[in-house]
Design a protein around this ligand. Sequence first.
Ligand SMILES: [Zn+2]
Length: 176
Amino acid sequence: MAIRKIVKLGDESLRKTCKPQETFSLRLWTLLKDMADTMYQAEGVGLAAPQVGILRRCVVIDISEDRSGLIELINPEIIDRSEETQCGREGCLSLPGRAGIVTRPMRVTVRAQDRHGKTFELTGEGLLARAICHELDHLDGVLYIDEMDREMTPEEIEADNQRQQRLAEERKKSGE
Ligand SMILES: [Zn+2]
């Protein structure tokens, strides 16, 4: 397991346009594995290559609670987005301790390549749609703070964390 260093706001990697990934071999697979390990260790739901200083169009996402739903997107492009939107909390591993309210499409369809270069399409709703939009923005040097409706206060973040924790405990109990 190789944990890479997540760059923080102010690092110029976060503001660059990433280049397409053109080779699908061990070097890419190592990067994807490291990105997933790094995301899981940081308890994030997504990580883009520029966040570990690699300016390639590669993203990992896992919105599942048990961390079993890894999605790898290489050279992803959003090809369809719903008119219906969602408005909610968003944060970023490169901006620890902060969060904002961001409006995103409720549903997006992305076309991407897998780790072998094979093209596929994926439609995500709710949190997955939000994660896809957020991570793909990273590939063009865009951060959620550029698009947020407003920044959340530390008190709001704390209250929301507690609410999330309660919900998670309730889910756990009802699953027993
Ligand atoms: Zn981010």
